[in-house]
Ligand binder design. Structure first.
Ligand code: CA
Length: 246
């Protein structure tokens, strides 16, 4: 199973925020991080190793307007799905929220399962969009284009379909090891007759492409009967026991 995807909840109503965070994490699919103001949210987003897959954003924040905050995010190049939490007189809020670059909105009070359905829908769209851009070590990974860009060396690495899917799958696991069988099913599908040998061959080729020194893997590691992507180098190694194997 993949690790929970991080969601940033920006809401100044502490009780609502806590309930949201608690409920969102129940299914094990998401991990919630809370911010009570625009400033706090900005600080969380700017933290060095921060990564949020989606943002739930209240419109009325004590230190600003959620729509303005959203517009700011977009100007800063942040592309993850943003779902606005709007007040009762939603109509005008909604239009301005979407104008500011929000992907969707939901009016308070809302049902949690509806909110979750919208978050999932937006993540599905985003993950397959041209905008999906992930940082993997020294690379900028664009799954839709099957490309890894290395800005520091002005280099471009083209990936095959399967290589791109393997990378995407491992990235979603957020530094947790993914067992070979899970990865195999995730990339080739359940009914495939492909064996782990094929997977290993693909991993080998992928390492040749992305590892600065393929004999000493630092990004795509072998761990606990599977593989893990150390997208933020050092983080995964510190978080779990990594059994390096040839
Ligand atoms: Ca509010």
């Amino acid at each position: 199973m993949t690790a929970p995807r991080p969601i940033l909840i920006v809401e100044d109503d502490a009780a609502l925020r806590a309930t949201l965070a608690e409920q969102i994490m129940l299914a094990g699919e998401f991990r919630a991080v809370e911010a009570g103001s625009a400033a706090e949210a900005a600080a969380k987003l700017d933290a060095g190793d921060a990564r949020y897959d989606a943002i739930l954003l209240d419109i009325g924040l004590p230190d600003g307007d959620g729509r303005e905050f959203c517009a700011e995010l977009r100007r800063g190049g942040k592309r993850m799905p943003v779902i606005m939490l709007t007040g009762a007189d939603a109509e005008r809020d909604v239009v301005r929220g979407l104008d500011a670059g929000a992907n969707d909105y939901i009016a308070k009070p809302f049902r949690l399962d509806e909110l979750l359905a919208r978050v999932r829908a937006q993540l599905r769209v985003f993950d397959n969009s041209e905008d999906a851009v992930f940082t993997v070590g020294p690379y900028v990974f664009r799954p839709a284009a099957k490309l890894l860009l290395e800005p520091a060396r002005n280099r471009k690495i083209r990936l095959t379909d399967k290589e791109s899917n393997i990378l995407k799958f491992l990235y979603r696991a957020a530094g947790e090891p993914v067992p070979r069988q899970v990865l195999l099913h995730g990339v080739w599908g359940y009914n495939s007759s492909v064996t782990t040998h094929t997977l290993e061959t693909h991993i080998y080729r992928l390492r040749q492409k992305i590892e600065p020194d393929p004999s000493r893997t630092r990004l795509l590691l072998t761990a606990n009967g599977g593989y893990l992507l150390d997208a933020v180098p050092g983080q995964a190694a510190a978080a779990c026991q990594v059994a390096q194997r040839p």
